[in-house]
Design a protein around this ligand. Sequence first.
Ligand SMILES: Cc1cc2nc3c(=O)[nH]c(=O)nc-3n(C[C@H](O)[C@H](O)[C@H](O)COP(=O)(O)OP(=O)(O)OC[C@H]3O[C@@H](n4cnc5c(N)ncnc54)[C@H](O)[C@@H]3O)c2cc1C
Length: 551
Amino acid sequence: MPDLEEQHPNAAGGGDFDVVVVGAGFAGMYMLHRLRGLGFSTRVLEAGNGVGGTWYWNRYPGARCDIESMQYSYQFSDELQQEWEWTERYAAQPEILRYANHVAERFDLRRDIEFDSRVRSAVYDDRSGRWTLETDSGRSGRRYSASYCVMATGCLSSPNNPRFPGMEHFEGPTYHTGQWPHEGVDFTGKRVAVIGTGSSAIQSIPIIAEQAAHLFVFQRTPNYAIPAHNAPLDPEYQRDFKARYPEFRARAKQMPTGVAFDYRDVSALEATPEERQEEYEKRWGRGGLAFLGGFKDLLFVKEANDTAAEFVRARIREKVQDPEVAELLCPTNIIGCKRLCVDIGYYETYNRPNVTLIDVSREPVEEITANGVRARGEEVAVDAIVLATGFDAMTGALLKIDIRGRGGLALAEKWNGGPRTYLGLCSAGFPNLFMITGPGSPSVLTNMIPSIEQHVDWIANCLAHLREEGFAEIEPTIEAEDAWVQHVNDVADLSLRSTCSSWYIGANVPGKPRVFMPYIGGFPAYVKKCEEVAAEGYAGFELAGARAAAE
Ligand SMILES: Cc1cc2nc3c(=O)[nH]c(=O)nc-3n(C[C@H](O)[C@H](O)[C@H](O)COP(=O)(O)OP(=O)(O)OC[C@H]3O[C@@H](n4cnc5c(N)ncnc54)[C@H](O)[C@@H]3O)c2cc1C
């Protein structure tokens, strides 16, 4: 049995390509498959030592998807979606990584992927119209030249590593959930601190608590979590789902989140308290993110949202035995404003005698000492620290690369007041540079794999069109970009989601501009716009090259 993560011997070192793709998660893998099919010479550069992106890096205990596995999967190949068997309602990280490796094998992707290759710069040359990318691989880095550059660098791939004073003095190990050691971590008999209570913390805390001698959770803001009711997938259910995959996939495309949920076009405020209670009970019983699909106004009208938030708070109070701890765990903000979490025994974990919740909402963690964490004037001695502090979302991975467009313009400079894109796909001043699920696209507000597939297909069709029509260059006009940015902001303003301090607006990273980054207008509206733009000969873009010169 070959090591699935082994680097393919053919993929080695530098060269000239039609397209260089950065990243080998679900986006980069499918992009490679499509470009190959169109006959473009393509090289994928990946910082990690294997495919899978998110699922390659996030190996923390409890990591799993929170969109059901039957939908959190590719649909570009019916054979693939028919042959792959998911074992659980929400697959755990090892299974999703196996799936990514299976896709790489099945479509023979590894021969065009270079692993252990972190791209540090991507520079456009005005004269040749080509991009040069440099990696930190090899002895002195490697150089690649490409007509087109596709950034498949991920929305949640750049870990947010807060610098607490004194961190360098801590004598034990510190782990970030997004960079978890491949060999795993055994916390048996250890005193462990978890800093953060977002999705990764909510997934990992119940499992770490089972191992650790004592777990201390440092909480700044409590989050809402809906029970997963995870279970092995019933083979009969899976067979039926597969038989009706086209129907489910088509229905999902009509949903704002790209997930075939049961959404109701009913106002929470027009329903009676009994009707609301019944609906919330039903959805709580079913579990998962569809909880917020019960009423159409939950994410738009504060009073409607309050009814759902209060329902969840009541459940937390039922689950957590100590009333003071329960109150600390009850969020007071808008439900769904921060990404809703899905849990397996999270709140119940606080009933364990070996778990202590430490509220750092008013006074942040003061420092990390040699022995532990100091907060609220007291030192908590621990043997290990887990940073469940999330990601520099949506722009982090892009801006870590020194990307320079026309006239040496740095993307970091252009975006210093917040990201500016046309459709989340391209940015003016950066010809022939594409982003997959970039800021300004629905991305993290949707089921990401269908969103990725839609972007990849759009980019692939665009490159085929340019080649067929004799164009060499595509770049959005500043007017189209400005109008799109305005639209992204306008629709964000209508939603309650833009009103709180979340990673959607960059609030978790000190100094990051506060801009609501994903497009909240819904997957169907977004897809329609992308399709119209293409149908109108790439409206809002300037196409240039041999044919443009001849006209
Ligand atoms: C814990 C967790 C759970 C999630 N659960 C869900 C879920 O249930 N449903 C859902 O829809 N989404 C979920 N997501 C979002 C998830 O990121 C996407 O679903 C999807 O995996 C993104 O794929 P991607 O290829 O776009 O990006 P990634 O999977 O992030 O891949 C990007 C790749 O680019 C590489 N890269 C970045 N910068 C460079 C560079 N400079 N040079 C070379 N390589 C680089 C990275 O190493 C990485 O491998 C989750 C995210 C996390 C962190």
